[in-house]
Design a protein around this ligand. Structure first.
Ligand code: AGP
Length: 370
C-alpha cells in the first residue's frame, strides 16, 4: 500500500496532487487547439440529437451532483440548451417530465451508484437518450447508457472524491464548448479563446498546488477545533462552495454548509459570530463587487474570513483574515482551480484532527445500495 501511495501519506493527498495529470489526460486527444476542434466521439456521433434536445437533465449524487450543477452553468451559457440538475435519488422516485426529446446526462465516478443506475433506467423507459460521464471503464453505468465520455482521472481510492471531480468538470467543459460551437451559439473566436484557456488549466492547477500547499496547511492548524464552517461562492463557484463544504464534512466530521454568497442574508448570516469560519471563493470575474460587500458584511459580524481569491487581489484580501491565491482564468473554468486549495484545506484539517482521511467513518467509495 505504501508503494501505491507513491510517497504520500494518504491516497487522498496523492490524488489531489495528481490533478494536473488527470485533467491533462482527460483533455488529451480531445482538445485540439491548433486544429480548432474538440474531438469527442460520443458527442460527435449524436450531435444532432443532443443539439435538438428540448432540455437536458443531469442526474448524479454527491460530488458528481456538484459537478452537474457546474455543467448546467456551462451548457446553458455556451450551448443555450435548458438544463436541470437533479439528485438521482429524487428523480427516480418522482414522476419527472421526460420524453424522447430529452437528453439525460448521468455523472458518476464509480459508474455503480444504485440511485443513479435506477434513475437512468427510468429515463430510458420514458424514451430519453442517456449520456454517461463515468471514470471507471466498463462500469455498469457506462454499459447501460446510450453513449458517453469517460473521465480519464485514473483509479480514485480515497473515499472523498477529488481528481474525479475536476475531471468531470473538464469533460463537461468540453461538451458545453463543442455543443455551443456546433449549434452556433458560440462564435468561432470565443470558442478558440476558451479552448486556448482550457488547455492552460493543468498548468494552472500545478501552480495552485505549489503555491497553496503550505498556506492551506498553516490555515488548517487554526481551525482544527472549529465546529462549523460556511462556504460561499457565486455563479460558477457556488457549486464549488458546496463541494468544498462536502469535502470538509466527509473527512473531518466538522459541520459545514455551502451557500450562494447572496443567500447569506436570507438566513445563514444569523450564524455569523467570531467563532464562525467562512471560506469565500471570490475570483475577480463574475460579480466581484458583490462578493466584496458580502465579505464586509461578514467582517462587521466578526466572522473569520478565509478568502480564496485571484493572485494579486487587494480588495477582498485586505479585509480577509486568511488569503489563499489562485491563478486567474475564465470564470467558467475557475471552479477547477479554486477547488484544489479547498481540497487541501479539508485534507489538512482532517489530518490534524487525527481522522481516517482515506476511509471516513460510515462512508463507502461507491454506494451500491439505496
Ligand atoms: C464524494 O466525495 C463522495 N464520497 C460521494 O458524495 C460520491 O460523490 C457519491 O456517492 C457519488 O458517487 P459516484 O460519482 O461514484 O456516483
Amino acid at each position: 500500500e505504501q508503494i501505491e501511495k507513491g510517497g504520500y501519506e494518504h491516497f487522498m493527498l496523492k490524488e489531489i496532487f495528481e490533478q494536473p495529470k488527470s485533467i491533462h489526460d482527460t483533455l488529451r486527444g480531445r482538445l485540439l487547439v491548433e486544429e480548432g476542434i474538440i474531438k469527442m466521439a460520443g458527442i460527435w456521433d449524436n450531435l444532432e440529437r443532443l443539439n435538438q434536445a428540448q432540455k437536458i437533465t443531469i442526474i448524479a449524487c454527491g460530488t458528481s451532483w456538484h459537478a452537474g450543477l457546474i455543467g448546467e452553468y456551462l451548457i446553458e451559457e455556451f450551448a443555450r440548451i435548458p438544463v436541470e440538475v437533479e439528485y438521482a435519488s429524487e428523480f427516480r422516485y418522482r414522476n419527472p417530465i421526460i420524453s424522447e426529446k430529452d437528453i439525460v446526462i448521468a455523472i458518476s465516478q464509480s459508474g455503480e451508484t444504485a440511485d443513479t443506475m435506477a434513475a437512468i433506467k427510468m429515463a430510458k423507459e420514458k424514451g430519453a437518450f442517456v449520456y454517461g460521464i463515468c471514470n471507471v471503464v466498463d462500469s455498469s453505468i457506462s454499459r447501460v447508457t446510450d453513449a458517453g465520455s469517460y473521465t480519464h482521472a485514473g483509479p480514485e481510492i480515497g473515499v472523498a472524491s477529488t481528481k474525479a471531480f475536476t475531471a468531470q468538470l473538464t469533460v463537461l467543459s468540453l461538451i458545453a464548448l463543442k455543443l455551443g460551437k456546433h449549434n452556433g451559439h458560440l462564435s468561432n473566436q470565443e470558442f478558440m479563446r476558451l479552448c486556448t484557456e482550457l488547455e492552460t488549466i493543468p498548468q494552472k492547477v500545478q501552480e495552485v498546488l505549489e503555491s497553496t500547499h503550505e498556506i492551506t496547511k498553516e490555515i488548517a492548524k487554526s481551525f482544527v477545533d472549529a465546529q462549523n464552517f460556511l462556504y460561499l461562492g457565486r455563479g460558477y463557484n457556488f457549486p464549488a462552495a458546496l463541494e468544498g463544504a462536502l469535502k470538509l464534512k466527509e473527512i473531518s466530521y466538522i459541520h459545514a454548509e455551502g451557500y450562494p454568497a447572496a443567500e447569506m442574508k436570507h438566513g445563514p448570516i444569523a450564524l455569523i459570530d467570531e467563532n464562525m469560519p467562512i471560506v469565500i471563493i471570490a475570483p475577480r470575474q463574475g460579480h466581484y463587487d458583490k462578493i466584496v460587500s458580502n465579505v464586509q458584511e461578514i467582517k462587521a459580524r466578526k466572522g473569520k474570513v478565509i478568502a480564496v481569491v485571484n493572485k494579486g487581489d487587494t480588495q477582498v484580501a485586505s479585509v480577509a483574515d486568511y488569503v489563499i491565491e489562485f491563478p486567474e482564468t475564465s470564470e467558467c473554468f475557475s471552479p477547477i482551480i479554486a477547488s484544489v486549495p479547498l481540497q487541501l484545506l479539508a485534507y489538512y484539517i482532517a489530518v490534524y484532527r487525527g481522522a481516517n482521511v482515506d476511509q471516513p467513518r460510515n462512508l463507502a467509495k461507491s454506494v451500491t445500495v439505496e
